[in-house]
Design a protein around this ligand. Structure first.
Ligand code: PGA
Length: 261
C-alpha cells in the first residue's frame, strides 16, 4: 500500500489522472475500473482536459463501473449510468460498446453478474481500478461484513450509505435499498488500484483502512493485501494517519522513474 498525500484534492486528482494517462499511452487498450460519487469528479475533469488539450486517446480503452443501483433507470439523474455519461463519457472518445456498467434493471440479476465478470475476463482483466471509500469503509457497494473474497452480486445498502445517498434521491418515494456491485475479490484482481479520499469526513475511515487491522468490517482495509494499491489523499483526509511523516518521506524519495508529476 502506497500512501500519497497531496496538499489538496485538485493536486491529488491531477496525479491520479497522470498515472492513468501514462498507462493509456503505454497500453492504448487499457481496461479501466471506474467509480462514481463526489470523489472522482475532479479526476474525470482532468482526464477530459487531457483528452481535449493533450490528445489523450480513449478509443481503445474499455471501462467497467463498480456498481449501479437496482431498480433505478439509466436516465434517472442519480443512476450511475447518468453520472458516467454526464461526467466522463460524453466528453471523451470511449466507444459505446467498450463501456460497461452493471444493469440495475436486469431481470436476471445473478446471471447478469456472472456475465459482467466474464466480460471483464474477456478483455484481459482490469488494469487500473479507481476507487473512492464510503464513510463506513465500503469500496464499490461492498458494505461492512461483505466477504473479502466476494464476486459481482447484489448487495443491500447499509444505513450509513442510505444516509449519504439520501440527497440524490429526494424525488423517489423509496430510495434504492440494493445495488449490483463488483465484489471485493473482483476488485482485488485489478492489476493496479488507485483509491482517492478527500476531506476531513474521510479522515477516520482512512486511518482505519491504512493503519487498522484487515477486517471485513472495514472492507477497504483489504487493500493492504493488494500488491499495487495507491491511496491518494489530501491533507484533510490524511489528518489522522500516525505514520504520515513516513509516507511523505517515502514519496519524496521515490526514484524519478516511479513518479508521475
Ligand atoms: P463519495 O463516495 O465519493 O461521494 O464520498 C465514496 C463511496 O461511497 O465510495
Amino acid at each position: 500500500m502506497e500512501v500519497i498525500i497531496k496538499a489538496n484534492p485538485e493536486l491529488a486528482s491531477q496525479l491520479a489522472a497522470q498515472i492513468i494517462a501514462h498507462t493509456i499511452e503505454k497500453k492504448p487498450n487499457t481496461v479501466l475500473g471506474l467509480a462514481t460519487g463526489a470523489t472522482p469528479l475532479s479526476l474525470y475533469q482532468e482526464l477530459i482536459n487531457l483528452h481535449k488539450n493533450n490528445g489523450l486517446d480513449f478509443s481503445r480503452v474499455h471501462t467497467f463501473n463498480l456498481d449501479e443501483y437496482v431498480g433505478v433507470a439509466p436516465n434517472h439523474p442519480a443512476s450511475y449510468h447518468f453520472f458516467m455519461e454526464k461526467n466522463l463519457f460524453s466528453n471523451v472518445n470511449i466507444p459505446n460498446t467498450q463501456r460497461h456498467i452493471p444493469d440495475g434493471m436486469a431481470c436476471n440479476i445473478p446471471q447478469h453478474c456472472i456475465d459482467y465478470e466474464n466480460r471483464i475476463r474477456q478483455v484481459g482483466g482490469i488494469d487500473i481500478q479507481i476507487l473512492g471509500i464510503g464513510s463506513d469503509g465500503h469500496i464499490g457497494f461492498n458494505e461492512p461484513s461483505s466477504s473479502l473474497a466476494s464476486r459481482t452480486r447484489i448487495k443491500t445498502l447499509a444505513g450509513a450509505t442510505l444516509e449519504d445517498n439520501k440527497k440524490y434521491f429526494h424525488d423517489l418515494q423509496t430510495p434504492p435499498r440494493h445495488a449490483i456491485t463488483m465484489g471485493i475479490g473482483t476488485i482485488m484482481e485489478a492489476k493496479d488500484i488507485l483509491l482517492l479520499a478527500f476531506g476531513s469526513k474521510k479522515a477516520q475511515i482512512v486511518s482505519e483502512m491504512v493503519e487498522g487491522p484487515i477486517s471485513a468490517m472495514v472492507p477497504a482495509s483489504v487493500l493492504q493485501m493488494h500488491p499495487s494499491a495507491k491511496i491518494i489523499l489530501d491533507e484533510e483526509s490524511a489528518a489522522l494517519l500516525k505514520r504520515r511523516d513516513y509516507y511523505n518521506d517515502v514519496y519524496r524519495h521515490k526514484p524519478a522513474w516511479q513518479k508521475f508529476e
